[in-house]
Design a protein around this ligand. Structure first.
Ligand SMILES: Cc1cc2nc3c(=O)[nH]c(=O)nc-3n(C[C@H](O)[C@H](O)[C@H](O)COP(=O)(O)OP(=O)(O)OC[C@H]3O[C@@H](n4cnc5c(N)ncnc54)[C@H](O)[C@@H]3O)c2cc1C
Length: 386
């Protein structure tokens, strides 16, 4: 797959204008490839705009940490080039029991290069905007985490890519499958492209059911809410970092692989069966307008029911309110987000037809790793084509 300006068609067709598709388009165009992105909707409305906008770098480990570190730098440079909002404010894991603090201490001890800085309850209070749960015993600053605003970052990246000479985006154009001669059938006719990368997120099974089934890809549904920031004193709370809690420590690998996480799970199963019952990851991020994104619960199924369970929302909102020391939170919006999920691996890269590669992030880290994964996939495809 090398760029040849005189030949007809595109070097690369990317299906899907979520973060995974746009990350591949950006990486490919940087390497001189002519890229066409097709997206079935008039703008992205999938997982990439429904999330926390949190590149949760520090709490990854192994290859995911390497991919996340590449992605971190790319988020910051793309945000600066394209003009969408980002912040390298880091993350903050709040400990509200000795078991939670033990997880943070163990992780900090293994990160010789820093990146995890233990802080007092007082510093947690400062970073969380003044309010605080009386149970808080300390926390850890996760230095490498960055944030974008999910509702503007993907749209901003798409708008910037459309201005790049090597990239076209066709909206309201659905991919239907490959043609026999290496092109693609779309809802607006056939596209000629040397290679195709399908980044259809959790809808991979609609296009390539065997590949989805082989990797046991299902849909993970999450409940979210947008709330007004609580008032502290006479002004609204300003919360720079992404805020994680004990349930987050059972989820992200750098926490969940500590020995201390075993005791933490037993503690939360005993003390917070309501949170464990909805597979919660109680966390929040603040958007540039001050509103807070709060979530989330997890249910994994082949097909996601459209109905939101109010009791799950209440558990999440009450937990977030307690964390912030607020009596209650004023909800502006609720929604369901869905991402691809596989018990096999956190992401899938599979050759699904001649010249067609499917890429799906199959865990809740698409905002964290996509820009790193895209560089890896595009470089591998280019190397294999030489
Ligand atoms: C509530 C929630 C919270 C999350 N929080 C975080 C977080 O804090 N940090 C993090 O790292 N990750 C988080 N994630 C995960 C992250 O959002 C996803 O991993 C990521 O957005 C997946 O990106 P995607 O591009 O694959 O999917 P999507 O954003 O869903 O994009 C796929 C696109 O493909 C298009 N498409 C599908 N089929 C076709 C077709 N046939 N033709 C044309 N277009 C097609 C769709 O219309 C869609 O726009 C969260 C996810 C959710 C749901």
């Amino acid at each position: 797959m090398t760029s040849s300006p005189a030949s007809p068609g595109y070097d690369l067709l990317v299906v899907g204008a979520g973060v995974v598709g746009l990350a591949h388009a950006a990486a490919a165009a940087e390497r001189g490839l002519r890229v066409l992105v097709i997206e079935r909707d008039s703008h992205a409305v999938g997982a990439s705009v429904r999330n926390f906008g949190h590149a949760c770098v520090t709490a990854q480990d192994g290859e995911l940490l390497d991919l996340a570190r590449v992605a971190r730098e790319r988020w910051l440079s793309l945000s600066s080039a394209a003009g969408f909002w980002s912040t390298s404010s880091g993350g903050l894991a709040v400990a509200r029991s000795a078991a939670e603090l033990a997880v943070l201490e163990e992780l900090a001890a293994t990160r010789a290069d820093g990146g995890v800085r233990l802080v007092s309850a007082g510093e947690v209070r400062e970073r969380i905007g003044g309010g605080l749960d009386s149970l808080t015993v300390g926390g850890a600053v996760l230095e490498e985490d960055v944030r974008v605003d999910p509702r503007t970052a993907v749209a901003g990246l798409a708008a910037w890519l459309e201005q790049q000479p090597l990239v076209d985006i066709r909206w309201r154009t659905a991919y239907l499958g490959p043609t026999d001669d290496g092109g693609a059938r779309t809802s607006r006719g056939v596209v000629a492209a040397a290679r195709t990368i399908v980044c259809a997120g959790h809808d991979l099974d609609y296009l390539f059911p065997e590949a989805a089934e082989e990797a046991e890809v299902k849909r993970c549904g999450l409940q979210m809410a947008l709330v007004e920031a609580p008032t502290v004193g006479s002004s609204s709370a300003r919360i720079a970092p992404a805020v994680l809690t004990g349930t987050s420590m059972l989820r992200y690998p750098a926490f969940s692989t500590t020995a201390a996480s075993v005791s933490l799970r037993a503690e939360l199963e005993r003390t917070r069966p309501d949170l464990i019952g909805i597979d919660a990851n109680v966390m929040l991020t603040q958007r540039p307008d001050g509103s807070l994104l709060i979530g989330d619960s997890h249910v994994t199924l082949a097909t996601m029911p459209p109905f939101l369970d109010e009791s799950a929302s209440m558990v999440l909102l009450e937990s977030a309110a307690a964390l912030l020391g607020a009596e209650r939170l004023v909800v502006r919006q609720r929604w369901q987000g869905i991402y691809a999920s596989s018990p096999r691996a956190p992401y899938l890269v599979a050759d699904v037809a001649p010249g067609v590669t499917a890429v799906s992030v199959t865990s809740g880290v698409g905002m964290t790793i996509s820009h790193g994964l895209a560089v890896k996939v595009v470089d591998q495809l280019m190397a294999s084509a030489v």
